[in-house]
Design a binder for this molecule. Sequence first.
Ligand SMILES: *[C@@H]1O[C@H](CO)[C@@H](O)[C@H](O)[C@H]1NC(C)=O
Ligand SMILES: *[C@@H]1O[C@H](CO)[C@@H](O)[C@H](O)[C@H]1NC(C)=O
Ligand SMILES: *[C@@H]1O[C@H](CO)[C@@H](O)[C@H](O)[C@H]1NC(C)=O
Length: 306
Amino acid sequence: MARWRLCLLILAVLFSPAAPRETLRAQIWAQPPVPTLYHQLMLICEVTGEIGPQEYLWEKQGSPGPLQKHPNSILLFRPFNKTHLGTYTCTASGPQGTAVATYSLWINDMVGSVFVFPQESQSAYVQVKAKLEQPLNNFTVCLRSFTDLTRPCSLFSYATKNQSKEIRLFKPGPGRYELYVGGKFLLFRVPKSLGESEHVCASWESSTGIVRFWFNGKPWPRKGLQRGYIVGVPASILLGQDQDSFGGRFNDQQSFMGEISSVYMWDMGISTSEVKAAMYNRPNETPIFGWRNFPYKIVGEVYLKP
Ligand SMILES: *[C@@H]1O[C@H](CO)[C@@H](O)[C@H](O)[C@H]1NC(C)=O
Ligand SMILES: *[C@@H]1O[C@H](CO)[C@@H](O)[C@H](O)[C@H]1NC(C)=O
Ligand SMILES: *[C@@H]1O[C@H](CO)[C@@H](O)[C@H](O)[C@H]1NC(C)=O
């Protein structure tokens, strides 16, 4: 994608009748500068240097076609919602040349940070403040964790009023992960690692019950669980504590100690290449929440650190 754009840019420069004498620069800025969900947002493509009558081509990374090709330099979102998050490119062209600018539209970007859970606790956790509106037929959860605990610990706990283990990513001990759906679970054995963080993803689809599990970007053999089940809403989603009831009844012997980062959840299955993209915080599919738009609240002793 970037390569053909570069080729076009080079061709445009080589074959344009009057090659630009000064360097054209394009820049994208947002109005308002800090975007708010469900409000109007404009991305404005501003060109410095005279390029005469202009046309602006807007594209979004991961989107098949161009979004807009127009003499107007403004891309309008009315209102701005989470499906609009992503990386945008504006290509401004006129008789004297072309200029390209990119812009990353994210809210609450946490890339480069981790949650530190410094000690065993019965009260410290991170609450994910995402509002899920529809029950889930499919989901994927990914996260990175770093711990030297040998006792059981809870990484991701999604509880409903009806089922406290609606979705649960749990580490019963080193070299083992459990995925719960609707209170039932599957065990995945992985190599024991000491002194290294571990990235895991787990996905489930209702129609077949098939669970996929990836360890450090590598797929594990598929297994099945809870075919036909529907994951309920509303949910209480916590990191670092296991919920035995909706939003509570924690056990310090299952609390997490160490670091958690790169937390993502999608309402669909994803591919191995998308798992790897999420490992590097560059997913193409828009998650329900993810490390580049992570609505959270810290309760008790947990720190967000570089
Ligand atoms: C987001 O806005 C687009 C229009 O730009 C609309 O088509 C879409 O349904 C909206 N999605 C949500 C989840 O509100
Ligand atoms: C869930 O996944 C299955 C299989 O990939 C797909 O056919 C179905 O449409 C998905 N359901 C929803 C609600 O996304
Ligand atoms: C709660 O769980 C019971 C039994 O598992 C089920 O029959 C019922 O439909 C569930 N209620 C809701 C609101 O999900």
